[in-house]
Design a protein around this ligand. Structure first.
Ligand SMILES: [Cu+2]
Length: 125
């Protein structure tokens, strides 16, 4: 059966290549979302979500963990992505969205207009 060995070896090579391709495909299909943590604090007498900007690329999945360090509920809204969350005092919440299109999208607290927010900056790839 030594006659068949070269053919078998070739098949094994193709099998390895296919396995590699499948792994690469699986990795790209299950790409982790871009994760950021934003914190709601009182800074010099003003309530503010920090950091005041988050930068991602168009098409990326984004996951924001929102920490409310203050003593009353606060909102977090990104109208363009349909996000509207209320984070309870001394608690956290998570919101997810796809940054489908390049642009600058504001986030703010929908409960308190003077409460400062920031901008999600979505860059073209
Ligand atoms: Cu607020």
């Amino acid at each position: 059966m030594r006659v068949r060995q070269p053919w078998n070896r070739q098949l094994r090579g193709v099998g390895s290549l296919l396995t590699l391709l499948l792994c690469v495909t699986a990795l790209s299909a299950t790409a982790e979302p871009k994760k950021f943590t934003l914190m709601n604090v009182l800074l010099e007498g003003t309530k503010i979500w920090l950091p005041s900007s988050v930068v991602v690329y168009a098409g990326e999945e984004v996951e924001l963990t929102l920490l409310n360090k203050l003593d009353e509920p606060h909102g977090f809204q990104i109208e363009a992505f349909g996000i509207e969350e209320v984070v309870q005092p001394k608690a956290q919440a998570t919101v997810k969205f796809t940054a489908a299109k390049a642009g600058a999208y504001s986030y703010l607290c929908q409960m308190h207009p003077p409460h400062l927010g920031g901008t999600v900056i979505v860059l073209n790839k």
